[in-house]
Write a protein that binds this ligand. Sequence first.
Ligand code: ZN
Length: 256
Amino acid sequence: MPVQYTNWNKLYPEWRIGPSDCSQSCRKSKGKPNGKKPAPEEKKLYLEPEYTKSRITDFEFKELVMLPREIDLNEWLASNTTTFFHHINLQYSTISEFCTGESCQTMAVCNTQYYWYDERGKKIKCTAPQYVDFVMSSVQKLVTDEDVFPTKYGKEFPNSFESLVKKICKYLFHVLAHIYSSHFKETLALELHGHLNTLYTHFILFIREFNLVDPKETTIMDDLTEVLCSSSGSSSNGSGNGSNNSAGAQNHVKER
Ligand SMILES: [Zn+2]
């Protein structure tokens, strides 16, 4: 079941006003807040080859993310961002019962901790499920706001649209990264790692194609990205049986 979001009027970061730089509403710090050295990294289960090769499709995501001819860039960004939001929300909901205030006392990804900042720049101390709730409820509010994600004919996208999309993608990346770093075991137990890998690969190639997230922000997962995304879009990789699995994608997306 998708997660229900209730904090509609509380503690939203101010998405519409403020510096175009999207680093203001969320900052991170390395290591533990008490200054102690971070614990040595555990072995990353999600990097095991037997798991990284698991996907649910052999689509050529590099082609799939490209802006199709005749489609407006903002429309393409809006449609994809909304879809990623729904899929990442759904993927998180599969492990959300394990992501509790006790198991995840902070929004941690490997040894990095993320903090949520309210609209006044005040740091909000929150657990991982609270952080994800802030992200999802804020994004839900944005993607259903007709002034930000217009769906009616003749309605224009706001000037701030691209910077809002960048913010959304940054936060969605944090959620995906948290699932990998803290809930991969549960994802494996549910046999949903193929879905997670596929979603991650598609998402990373999309944000790369349109430079939506600062590469510094995603460095933390570079080891995984390298394994998953370097094999995506390469016809010499994958099953190698010459099947026509990518034909579907090519029907939808033509060369620019
Ligand atoms: Zn968690």
